[in-house]
Design a protein around this ligand. Structure first.
Ligand code: G3P
Ligand code: CA
Length: 237
């Protein structure tokens, strides 16, 4: 079965929902992911941590305070202990497996390895879905933790990887090539016509984050990036 979505589409900028569709529904919840699917995202970005009972959960911050009624480090909790908590008053913290089921292959899932020691468990969960009809191309792994990306490549020689950086993106090219990444995901303010050309010449795709304002989105079109990570999926044509 051929996947209908690919990592780059001629002339089209991929619409990439950030933490689901976080401008519309609470970030990194099943409901936010469903919203992003309804909004026809080509790709949906989420963040994962491995917690105390080895569950892989979808959450952005290291601590619970900003978006939940809990306190302290998320890694110190078990999944059962997180269940009574709410996210933004009405949602739950999901497991990675629930999010994969919610997308159901309708978009590529960009899994950002936010926590430490997340590569191996993430790959174990992906493997369980490969046995149930999902394809490797339904996933792309990203991280600012280049050590985790390296581990991911050691575990899997072909899964798609994107190297996250908030510094000058040229400094990520050598590493991206070393681990045979498909993309560099730069902080959008760091992009220039010069470094975009260098990244393209290196054979890498470019998915900048997190681009929300129309003026900035327009600049990204002019630079001909391959996809745009945004809180407002409806703003990407
Ligand atoms: O994937 C890119 C972007 O999500 C990185 O920033 O802090 O939102 O995870 P952050
Ligand atoms: Ca992220």
């Amino acid at each position: 079965i051929m996947s209908t979505i690919s990592f780059s589409q001629n002339q089209k900028t991929l619409r990439i929902g950030h933490r689901g569709a976080m401008a519309h529904v609470a970030e990194n919840t099943v409901e936010s992911i469903q919203k992003a699917v309804e909004m026809n995202c080509d790709m949906i970005e989420i963040d994962v941590y491995k917690i105390k009972d080895d569950s892989l959960i979808v959450f952005h911050d290291a601590v619970l305070e900003r978006v939940t009624n809990g306190t302290g480090y998320i890694e110190d909790y078990t999944y059962a202990e997180l269940q009574p908590l709410w996210v933004k008053g009405e949602y739950k913290i999901p497991m990675l497996s629930q999010v994969i089921e919610a997308i159901d292959k309708k978009a590529i899932l960009n899994i950002e390895l936010k926590g430490s020691d997340t590569a191996e468990k993430t790959h174990e969960i992906i493997r369980s879905f490969l046995l149930k009809g999902w394809q490797k191309s339904d996933f792309i792994i990203s991280s600012f933790r280049w050590d985790e990306l390296k581990k991911m490549r050691e575990i899997d020689s072909s899964i798609a990887i994107a190297v996250l950086t908030e510094q000058e993106p040229l400094e990520a090219i050598a590493f991206a090539q070393e681990i045979r990444a498909v993309a560099i995901n730069p902080y959008f303010e760091k992009l220039t016509p010069f470094n975009v050309q260098k990244i393209k010449d290196a054979g890498l795709l470019i998915y900048p984050w997190t681009v929300n304002e129309y003026t900035d989105i327009r600049k990204m079109y002019e630079l001909k990036v391959d996809g745009i990570i945004t809180n407002y999926p409806e703003r990407i044509e």
